[in-house]
Every structure is written in structure tokens, then in C-alpha cells.
Design a protein around this ligand. Structure first.
Ligand code: NDP
Length: 253
């Protein structure tokens, strides 16, 4: 069969937070497009269960993105075990729901370390492999919280907003290396993280749905397919952009 421009056949992708939620769905979508996927995260059992779900094109890698000193060595050992990585999905992320006045410096630094510093350190460690692939692609998973104001998530929002600067700067610096750098900004997606938030605040869910033109929460696969597209040859002229995948919530009232 002739490969389509959406094929990821022959590519190897590392997905942080690939054991659950949006990361797992993204790994499934990339694998369905033909990529070999490396699912990375801290919890081994979660990763092994996810690998079993995906099948032979998936492998697990226990790692912590906040342990930045270990990342260059990890990048080398992954290359030795699985070949060069041409696709990096910086999806690992944490949140804290708190009023700004109760948000401590420790909260801010902890969230930044995972959501920003870790992903950037991994991107730096994988840069030689992404460049060598000739068609490197980095996708950060951002958030609506980087596009408009949302109360009670200031540290998270500030961290995701920082990724906007990262995407634009890296896209320019990496352009000559033929590495594209983009982000997907998910709207409200039905995951364990969002379900937990809605349990304690059902009015928030109602408010969100009433402002979403498509009137529903997204599926994790909605994010996965958009990421797969951004990594594919079909998107070879797209770099430096933040793509909202949000049922229209960011463009309307
Ligand atoms: P999950 O909690 O299911 O996913 C977070 C993943 O990140 C987990 O698999 C976790 O694995 C991993 N992770 C967290 N910290 C680290 C770390 N230090 N090192 C390596 N991996 C880590 O939630 P979601 O799937 O919802 O979130 C995924 C991304 O999507 C996040 O960046 C989130 O901000 C973003 N997002 C989610 C939205 C939603 O509605 N759910 C909306 C907008 C954005 P482990 O604990 O095993 O390390």
C-alpha cells in the first residue's frame, strides 16, 4: 500500500506521560499511523499496562522529567536500544487548583520543573537525534490556560504560557535543523484529571460546556490525532504554532 502523507511509518516517538490520559491516547494514535512509540513516565506498572494495550510497536521507559541530569544519558541509552528518536511529545504535566494568594513559591517551582524545565531539558538532550532524523518534530501539550484567563490555576497557567515562548523560540532556532516545534492546546478533555476537578465543582463543568460551541468535552484521541497530524509529513510546513483542539471554546463567548 502506498504510504499517505499522514503515515509515521519508520519513525520512533518518545511520549512523556505516555502511560495515561492524553499521553496514552497520543501514543495509540502515533502507533496507529505506523510509529514505534516509547512510553515514558514514573510509574512502571502504568507504563507496562499501556504497552500491553498498544502491542508490539510500544515499549516502556521509566523516567522522571524533573531529573534533568539523567536525561542526556537516557537519550543515549534509548538511541542504543531503539534507534534514533525523531518525534518527541512533551506531554508530562501536573496541575494544582489553588487561589493565587494561596499558591506558594514551592507550588510554582514544582509545577514549572515538570511542565516547563523537564520538557525543555529532554528536548535539548534529544536535539542531536531529532536533527539527525532530518524530519524532527517536537510537540508540547499546552492548555487553554495558556490562551485565556482561568481562575485557581495560576501556577499551571503561567507554566503553560511559558511553553508558548518555548515553541516560538525553538521553532526558529531549530528551523535550519529541519526540526519542527509546535504545541497542541487541548480544551476540556474527559480524563481522570478533569473528572476529579469536576467532581468537586459541577458548576465549573456546566460553565465550560455552555461556552463550548460543540457542547461537549473532548476525547483524549482528539488530541492524539492532532498530534499525529503535526508530526506527519502532511504538516511539514507547520512550525512555531499553538493549535487549539477545544471544540471552539477559545474563539467564542
Ligand atoms: P494525566 O495525569 O493522566 O497525565 C499526566 C502524565 O504525566 C502521567 O502519565 C504522569 O505519569 C506523567 N508525569 C507527571 N509527572 C511526570 C514526571 N515528573 N516525569 C515523567 N512523567 C510525568 O493527565 P492528562 O492526560 O490529562 O494530562 C496530560 C497533559 O495534558 C498534561 O500536560 C496536562 O497539563 C495537559 N492537559 C490536560 C487537559 C485535560 O483536560 N485533561 C487539558 C489541557 C491540557 P507518572 O505519574 O507515572 O509519572
Amino acid at each position: 500500500m502506498t504510504p499517505t502523507p499522514f503515515s509515521l511509518s519508520g519513525r520512533t516517538a518518545l511520549i512523556t506521560g505516555g502511560g495515561s490520559g492524553i499521553g496514552l491516547a497520543t501514543a495509540k494514535c502515533l502507533a496507529a499511523c505506523g510509529a514505534k512509540v516509547i512510553l515514558a513516565g514514573r510509574r512502571e506498572k502504568e507504563l507496562n499496562d499501556a504497552v500491553a494495550e498498544i502491542g508490539r510497536s510500544a515499549v516502556a521507559q521509566v523516567m522522571d522529567v524533573t531529573d534533568t541530569a539523567s536525561l542526556p544519558g537516557l537519550a543515549e541509552s534509548l538511541k542504543a536500544a531503539h534507534g534514533p528518536i525523531g518525534i518527541l511529545i512533551n506531554n508530562a504535566g501536573i496541575n494544582a487548583k489553588k487561589a493565587f494568594v494561596d499558591t506558594t513559591e514551592e507550588d510554582l517551582l514544582r509545577i514549572f520543573q515538570t511542565n516547563v524545565v523537564g520538557g525543555l531539558a529532554l528536548t535539548r538532550a534529544l536535539h542531536p537525534q531529532l536533527k539527525a532524523s532530518g524530519t524532527g518534530s517536537v510537540v508540547f501539550i499546552s492548555s487553554m490556560a495558556a490562551l485565556f484567563g482561568i481562575p485557581w490555576v495560576s501556577a499551571y497557567s503561567i507554566s503553560k504560557s511559558a511553553l508558548t515562548g518555548a515553541v516560538r523560540t525553538l521553532a526558529i532556532e531549530f528551523g535550519p535543523d529541519k526540526i519542527r516545534v509546535n504545541a497542541v492546546a487541548p480544551g476540556w478533555i474527559d480524563t481522570a484529571m478533569s473528572r476529579k476537578a469536576f467532581e468537586s465543582d459541577p458548576q465549573r463543568k456546566q460553565k465550560i460546556l455552555s461556552r463550548t460551541p460543540l457542547g461537549e468535552l473532548g476525547d483524549t484521541s482528539d488530541i492524539g490525532w492532532s498530534v499525529a497530524y503535526l508530526c506527519s509529513p502532511a504538516a511539514k510546513f507547520i512550525t512555531g504554532t499553538i493549535v487549539p483542539v477545544d471544540g471552539g471554546v477559545s474563539i467564542g463567548f
